[in-house]
Ligand binder design. Structure first.
Ligand SMILES: [Zn+2]
Ligand SMILES: [Zn+2]
Length: 227
């Protein structure tokens, strides 16, 4: 049995990790997805109250605009990196920097009203890394900045890495690879080195299909050679 469940919501994918006493959810997603999300949980026979922790990849609206509602429904604790925590408290999306004309055009289609959301007070604020052992899973959260300065990822002992927007796939780019939106692409490259060092085998991203670590290693090597 897989140690995670992927919820294919519109635009942003959300992941549920099975633990000894329920689930950890990676990202909340968009408020526009709430109905679909609840329907999916129902079909999976998961009671929202079984979700004990929601880990926020970063505070862009597409990952968190439904977070406050989910916190109320699930009673889960919210874990975020200190650099993105303030955005959650204010209910605003972290600044974004587009790296291609296409991503710029894509983002320009997003209505302004989507980028603000109900503020939410995080429960756990981390810096470099955080063990998830106490939540009943052999996994940890690590700081993987670059997309935003507070972007974090979960890596399980089995090698599943939930990296959110440390990589992008469809619809932000055709084939999964480095993000097309990032505050600091050099930081993204360093974060990838860390994800590899931490023993990741399969990468699960928010926008696009999962990829093997070999693929990301190849992309990284090529990019490093160019620099
Ligand atoms: Zn983002
Ligand atoms: Zn995103």
């Amino acid at each position: 049995m897989k140690e995670y469940i992927k919820l294919n919501l519109i635009f942003t994918k959300v992941h549920l990790l099975k633990t000894d006493n329920g689930f950890i959810q990676f990202d909340a997603g968009m408020k526009q997805n709430l109905k679909k999300y609840l329907k999916m949980l129902n079909k999976l026979e998961i009671d929202p109250k079984e979700i004990k922790l929601i880990v926020v990849n970063h505070a862009h609206f597409d990952h968190v605009s439904v977070l406050k509602t989910l916190k109320d429904i699930t009673n889960a604790q919210i874990l975020v990196h200190e650099n993105d925590a303030e955005y959650l408290r204010k209910g605003i999306s972290t600044e974004l920097k587009t790296l291609s004309l296409y991503s710029k055009l894509f983002m320009s289609t997003v209505p302004k009203s989507w980028k603000v959301y109900e503020p939410v007070e995080p429960d756990i604020i981390i810096k470099d890394e955080y063990s998830l052992q106490e939540f009943g899973i052999d996994a940890k959260v690590i700081h993987t900045p670059g997309h935003t300065s507070g972007t974090i990822s979960i890596i399980t002992k089995a090698g599943n890495a939930f990296v959110g927007c440390c990589a992008h796939g469809f619809p932000l780019r055709l084939i999964p690879g480095l993000p097309k939106i990032a505050q600091d692409i050099d930081q993204v490259l360093s974060s990838w080195e860390r994800i590899i060092e931490e023993g990741a085998k399969t990468i699960h991203i928010s926008h696009g299909k999962s990829v093997s670590i070999d693929k990301m290693e190849k992309i990284l090597k090529k990019k490093r050679r160019k620099r």
